[in-house]
Design a protein around this ligand. Structure first.
Ligand code: SF4
Length: 373
């Protein structure tokens, strides 16, 4: 049906652990070579997963993929090219930590065909970076972006975090302006959540850090939205902004239900009907533990549809909803959405039902209220 698919490589290693992070990652860097070899094996083993679909995107995420050496990345790309049709690849992204991006490394990445870098910068405020336990300073982050541009990268995205206690208002605005002044094509902006098993979680427990209020979060979200859209960026998904024609293609696969294969510890895969996920443990991954698999029920497909589509600025049309879930459910949806329209949380434009971008921060609430129809 769909003539495209993505491949995702999860590199779950970090040199240093950020204060807010509760993703699966490890600082056991000595395991990197074995994990890369095991991932190459996994690519071969799962060569049929995408049923011969051409790959359109490749993505190295983490963790910190820029901890891989050029030969390690090359190995993964080579085994992928031998097992999948890469003739239609239109985007290859690598998430990178600014201080890994030396000139030589950048040149090598380019030669390998990596054409998009995602820089985990988070903030251009040194105090905020220290609080978050990031490896780089603001000046180092700026220099890394410039080096990448000098090396010929014309599709750069940076991650920013908002909602860091004590770093809203002018400080946040300054960070956003610095990001814009660098001329990057894409920005992902995430609201900080303080999770229990993180350094921030422990600080919050001891009363050393206080999560910002919902009102402050909304104000920071709007500051982000207003500043970036005024600079010509489209706010096309709850956390994502892009200049026209620079939307993240790989990530868009997740939002429009395109199949993708995830390789490496803790990586997830989706074939259009079922989901697989690899074990979140390097040791058990190396021991050859098989991915777990789950066939999505009709109810889960419905929830998944809402969760992905309503987080995008485009939303969905009634026709496509009716084709997937039937006329009866559409009628129920119509009834359930009435109050949301009244509250301004849903809108219809060009025949598409969607959450207005300035309200996307509340998307979980809107989506939750449409489950169980
Ligand atoms: S770099 Fe990313 S994965 Fe690693 S500790 Fe920081 S937030 Fe977590």
């Amino acid at each position: 049906m769909s003539a495209m698919a993505g491949i995702y490589f999860h590199i779950p290693f970090c040199k240093r652990i950020c204060s807010y992070c509760d993703f699966y990652r490890t600082a056991l860097l000595k395991e990197v070579p074995q994990v890369v070899d095991k991932m190459c094996e996994e690519v071969q083993k799962r060569a049929d997963y995408l049923h011969g679909e051409k790959l359109t995107t490749r993505y190295f995420g983490g963790g910190t993929p820029s901890l891989l050496s050029l030969p390690q990345l090359e190995k993964l790309l080579d085994v992928t090219a031998r097992n999948f049709d890469c003739s239609a690849v239109e985007e290859t992204t690598l998430e990178a930590n600014p201080d890994d991006l030396t000139e030589a490394y950048l040149r090598g990445l380019k030669q390998l065909g990596i054409d998009r870098l995602s820089l985990g910068i988070q903030s251009f405020d040194d105090d905020a970076l220290r609080l978050m336990n990031r490896r780089h300073t603001a000046a180092e982050a700026v220099a890394a972006v410039k080096r990448a541009q000098d090396a010929g990268f014309e599709n750069l995205t940076i991650d920013l975090i908002f909602g860091v206690p004590g770093f809203g208002g002018q400080k946040l605005e300054q960070s956003i302006r610095t990001a814009l002044s660098l001329g990057v094509q894409h920005i992902s902006a995430y609201l900080l959540t303080i999770e229990p098993n993180t350094r921030f979680g422990k600080m919050a427990e001891k009363g050393l850090l206080k999560e910002i209020s919902d009102e402050e979060a909304e104000a920071e979200y709007l500051l982000m939205h207003n500043t970036l859209t005024a600079a010509g960026m489209e706010h096309y998904e709850v956390s994502n902004y892009a200049l026209p024609s620079f939307r993240a293609r790989h990530n868009s696969h997740y939002w429009d239900s395109t199949p993708y294969l995830g390789i490496g510890p803790a990586a997830h895969s989706y074939d259009g009907r079922s989901r697989q996920w690899n074990v979140s443990s390097v040791v058990r991954y190396l021991a050859g533990e098989e991915p777990e698999s789950e066939l999505l029920t009709d109810e889960e497909l419905y929830e998944e549809f809402l969760m992905t589509r309503l987080r995008t600025a485009e939303g969905f049309t009634r026709e496509e909803f009716a084709v997937r879930f039937g006329q009866k459910r559409l009628e129920k949806l119509e009834r359930a959405t009435r109050p949301l329209f009244d509250e301004g949380l849903l809108r219809q434009s060009d025949n598409r039902l969607h959450i207005p971008p300035e309200k996307l921060l509340l998307s979980d609430r809107v989506i939750g209220s449409l489950f169980d129809l």
